[in-house]
Design a binder for this molecule. Structure first.
Ligand code: SIN
Length: 319
């Protein structure tokens, strides 16, 4: 087993980067706001493995004009434009409340340019209560930053290396599927010193209103998420695990709505999974998946969830 991970007593819990996770089920950035609405109205978010907060920039952002969301077959297109109150407001007004819950806090880091990414990274590195940084180089809905950094391996390598010089906390890189070969950006991130990879962000898509005869989203295009993208996420995780095995932690995100979907990510090579769009139609889905994973490993006679990570690679076809 890789040295960055250590199983703990409970069948779903482990230590990753020296941080204790109760289970491998996290909420995905942008689909759970900052966690407080659910914590105050629905359930105790201490039950979650981790909460990944909405992308944070240095200055507040109002985001894109409406319409910003469209439901599509088995999915959703969004073009929020990384609306957020800025990293300082988050640290002073939101984080203190979020810290009252006993879960791991992952901050999603965004910048319009290298300078802003570094400022946000440095700020969050010093912010007590933020455990892990997730680098957003994959948002397809902004003119500057986001995908512009995550689609070119050299630009990505430069940004991740510079961040690694100023950030001591674990740095995960959230990769975009909007490229020809996911291994190119995975490699750039690994060589630049990323502590983990998060796969995948949304796929660039479009929906057209046939009465108005024009694109529905104000920005014309948006990021496709939801069940429609599950097989793409599973394939990309599988490819990256096939190349790197246990050399680098992979966190799976993309199309997970239930335990089976989560298991597909895990069997492909993910150490943890993030639940995103499913939260819109079932905010309790992470809890159901935690219970489902526990039942699955008991039923199959495993001792620990880590026994399943990457297991789909172990089957050799008889010739
Ligand atoms: C958005 O805010 O537009 C979506 C964020 C993302 O895709 O990373």
């Amino acid at each position: 087993m890789a040295n960055f991970i250590k199983p703990l007593d409970n069948s779903l819990s482990y230590e990753l980067f020296g941080i204790k996770f109760k289970n491998p089920v996290w909420t995905a950035s942008g689909c759970f706001s900052y966690g407080l609405e659910v914590a105050q109205n629905l359930f105790d978010i201490s039950k979650l493995g981790a909460v990944v907060v909405k992308g944070l920039s240095y200055k507040p952002r109002t985001g894109n004009p409406p319409q910003r969301i469209v439901e599509t077959p088995s999915g959703m297109l969004n073009s929020i434009g990384l609306q957020n109150p800025g990293v300082e407001y988050f640290a002073k007004n939101i984080l203190p409340k979020l810290k009252e819950y006993d879960t791991v806090i992952v901050a999603n880091v965004f910048g319009e340019d290298e300078e802003e990414y570094l400022k946000v990274g440095e700020y969050l590195n010093k912010t007590e209560g933020v455990d892990i940084l997730e680098l957003n180089v994959s948002c397809p809905n902004v003119k500057k930053g986001g995908l512009a950094f995550g689609s070119d391996p050299d630009t990505l390598y430069s940004l991740v290396s510079k961040l690694k010089e100023v950030v001591e906390k674990p740095l995960l890189v959230k990769l975009s599927p909007n490229i020809t070969n996911i291994l190119d950006t995975a490699q750039a991130s690994v060589e630049a010193g990323a502590d983990g990879l998060v796969l995948i962000n949304t796929l660039l898509g479009m929906a057209i209103d046939v009465e108005k005869e024009q694109p529905i989203l104000a920005t014309k295009t948006g990021g496709l998420s939801g069940p429609a993208i599950l097989p793409i996420a599973v394939r990309m995780i599988y490819q990256v695990y096939e190349r790197y095995g246990t050399e680098i932690p992979i966190i799976g995100v993309g199309g997970i709505s239930n335990t089976e979907d989560a298991l597909q990510h895990i069997l492909a090579g993910a150490l943890a999974v993030q639940i995103g769009t499913a939260l819109f139609f079932d905010p309790y889905s992470p809890l159901k998946i935690i219970e489902g994973l526990e039942n699955h490993i008991n039923r199959k006679g495993y001792k620990h969830i880590l026994e399943l990570v990457g297991k789909a690679h172990k089957l050799k076809l008889e010739s």
